[in-house]
Design a binder for this molecule. Structure first.
Ligand code: 45D
Length: 320
């Protein structure tokens, strides 16, 4: 059987991913919109992990200043309605603007709104609002997740807001801005216990330097990258757009791995370690696996990035 993207998806199939994330996200969407907003507020303010001050630096905040000012001028009722409309995917002007934003800017928008709510400049969740029993259950579930999973649930909800939420997932359709890679002298060479494949080591080094053009050059022409809980992004151009949009400021700290021959001269490599997002920095270390399928030329035919079920999974380097 020839190697395909589909067959590559199931390498190291005993990897336990954080399936609590999609499960919790699903139960979140079954709640009323009022409950969703209240739950997000409690989750965000009571989770005990905080956004780093430098974080909004990865967001293009100039794009949302106008909308934030507009919201500040509104009556408290209109402010609450604006948030309700965003969360319920209503067709409004602000909903359409929101949808056109990149993920980091959406997060920055809510970060600012959260600050304004804390200061009392934007209507807070009404004091004494009683969440339904179901919502309380979902909140308790979120609080018990590990921090990397908690922030993934939060991020999912923010990405999904606005009018026509599918639009933002089409990485091939719009081009993302370039960024400045880290200077050569400031780069560090990654070492991964058990791994000597130059392709894998270079991938991590380029990604940590935000040098996405050569990172994408490591992929086969029709290679694919599969982010956690998403479908594979196929082809160099779409992957490059995705990286420019989503990978600025990420810190990848792979720790160990295994490498073994696969069929037809391919090689399968699994690496585990931690990843930090610029939003939370060292406050949250996500437990991650990279499952690479390298083609006979040593190019990346496929790589899946998984959010792991538990820290214990970092040590799961068994074949299958
Ligand atoms: O509605 O190798 C309020 C790839 C009120 C690339 C609120 C990767 C109510 C390749 C509370 C104010 C990217 C796949 C809302 C690797 C309300 C690769 C606000 C992996 C919404 C390794 C809520 C990268 C707020 C990974 C402010 C795994 C919420 C990256 C803020 C993961 C939430 C990054 C934030 C994650 C969440 C970032 C800032 C999970 C950020 C999450």
């Amino acid at each position: 059987m020839a190697v395909s993207i589909q067959s590559a998806q199931s390498i190291f199939s005993n990897t336990e991913i954080a399936s609590a994330v999609p499960a919790t996200t699903d139960s979140f969407y079954k709640l009323s919109v009022e409950d969703q907003l209240a739950l997000l507020w409690y989750a965000y303010t009571e989770m005990g992990i905080s956004i780093t001050a430098a974080a909004p630096g990865v967001a293009s905040m100039a794009l949302v200043e106008g909308v934030l000012n507009e919201i500040k001028q509104m009556s408290p009722d209109a402010q609450s309605k604006t948030m309700f409309d965003l969360a319920s995917n209503a067709d409004t002007t602000i909903g359409r603007i929101y949808t056109s934003l990149r993920v980091n800017t959406k997060l920055g928008f809510w970060y600012e709104l959260g600050q304004l709510m804390k200061q009392g400049a934007v209507a807070p969740i009404p004091a004494g609002y009683q969440m339904s029993a179901e919502a309380t259950k979902v909140l308790e579930t979120i609080k018990k997740l590990d921090p990397g999973q908690q922030i993934t649930v939060l991020r999912n909800t923010v990405v999904h807001m606005g009018y026509d939420p599918d639009f933002s997932q089409e990485y091939g359709k719009r081009s993302a801005p370039r960024s400045t890679p880290t200077a050569a002298a400031e780069r560090v060479k990654t070492k991964i216990e058990g791994i000597s494949e130059l392709t894998v080591l270079s991938y991590i080094d380029y990604m940590n330097a935000f040098d996405f053009t050569p990172a994408v050059g490591l992929f086969a022409e029709e290679g694919a990258l599969q982010p956690p809980f998403q479908k594979p992004i196929v082809g160099r151009e779409a992957i490059l757009n995705y990286m420019r949009e989503e990978c600025i400021g990420l810190k990848m700290m792979p720790e160990q791995g295994v490498s073994e021959p696969a069929e037809d001269g391919y090689r399968q490599v699994k690496v585990t370690g931690k990843v930090e997002t610029p939003w939370f920095g060292a406050n949250v270390g996500m437990n991650i696996a990279w499952r690479f399928m390298l083609d006979p030329q040593g190019q990346i035919f496929f790589v899946a990035i998984d959010l792991l079920a538990s820290p214990k999974e970092l040590l799961n380097l068994m074949r299958k």
